[in-house]
Design a protein. Structure first.
Length: 74
């Protein structure tokens, strides 16, 4: 149970940063290049998909390092 709480805490903290950076990057790139709102929203969506992929990879690696389950400690 403790490992699950640790991983969830990690996912919340890192997820907030990753998605905020993805959305900010899409907004900034569209604004910098004067691409308009529609393209800005598309870029935010694309960057958010990359952020989601990063979060899935983080979940996989975190659960390898901190197994979740009822395994007895050694």
């Amino acid at each position: 149970m403790r490992n699950l709480i640790t991983i969830i805490g990690l996912m919340v903290l890192v997820g907030t940063e990753v998605f905020a950076a993805a959305i900010a990057a899409g907004w900034a790139l569209a604004g910098l290049l004067d691409l308009g709102d529609r393209v800005g929203h598309v870029l935010m969506g694309l960057f958010s998909l990359v952020a989601a992929w990063i979060m899935v990879q983080l979940w996989r690696r975190a659960t390898e390092a901190e197994p979740i389950g009822s395994a007895k400690p050694r």
